[in-house]
Write a new protein. Structure first.
Length: 249
């Protein structure tokens, strides 16, 4: 079994290293990860300049692009169009729930894998300051991968997994969930640099809606959240309703 691993925190991130170490025990692993942190890069890929790949050990490569670039270069470059059996993106330092998935480079790599026809899973850890939590999340993932191999995962669907704060030594209980909803209170902080020019920080706080069955509620209750997601954004219920609208354009 060939597993492609990438992330958006960079090739030296603890989450990726923990995942790579654990999965290499039972599978062939190829790591292609960004050279620099690419958090919140979403599904962007690079068209404005050439990309470069450098080998950093056996089956380990670093790319000076986004997570999506890494997946594309892994499949079409390093593997010469051969599809891996599974793509794992993460383990991200911090959660990716609700609307976060639209900003996340971690989730975007799984989306790209799904588009290419690879069973794909995005992995994120709320307990991002706890190295033991990454080890526990990696072990959970290794166990979960065995079930994916047994029962299969449609390439029309990718999984978004979020780990809660670690209590004890292992993650056990999990729940299949929908995406939650966050209420944003974004604040733009304006500052002035020494040359008198303005610059800005995007900051602010947000709160989660307590929607039953959501990823946020599961994680807040100590469950590993597993959300099956699809790329098709179409609101099928709206189509027949909107088809009744008569417009003169």
């Amino acid at each position: 079994m060939l597993i492609l691993i990438t992330n958006d925190d960079g090739i030296h991130a603890d989450g990726l290293l923990s995942l790579e170490k654990e999965l290499k025990k039972t599978a062939e692993v190829l790591v292609v990860a960004p050279e620099m942190e690419q958090s919140a890069s979403s599904h962007s890929f690079t068209l404005s300049r050439p990309l470069r790949i450098h080998q950093r050990g056996t089956n380990r490569y670093v790319c000076d692009g986004t997570p999506t670039d890494c997946v594309m270069l892994a499949v079409h470059g390093i593997l010469k169009h051969k599809l891996p059996d599974l793509l794992l993106s993460g383990i991200n330092h911090g959660s990716n729930m609700g609307e976060d998935v639209t900003y996340s480079g971690t989730v975007a790599a799984a989306i790209e894998g799904s588009i290419l026809g690879i069973p794909s899973v995005a992995l994120s850890n709320s307990d991002s300051e706890n190295l033991k939590a990454f080890g526990a999340a990696a072990r959970f993932t290794a166990r979960f991968v065995k079930h994916i191999k047994k029962f299969g995962l449609s390439t029309d669907t990718f999984l978004n997994i979020n780990f809660p704060l670690l209590k004890g030594n292992r993650y056990g209980k999990f729940s299949f969930t929908s995406l939650g909803k966050r209420t944003y209170r974004d604040i733009i902080i304006e500052k002035t640099d020494p040359r008198g020019k303005n610059y800005y920080w995007i900051a602010g706080k947000s709160t989660w809606s307590n929607i039953e069955g959501s990823d946020f509620l599961a994680v807040s209750r100590g469950y590993v959240s597993i959300s099956p997601l699809q790329m098709n954004f179409t609101d099928f219920e709206a189509i027949p309703k909107m088809s009744k609208i008569r417009l003169k354009i």
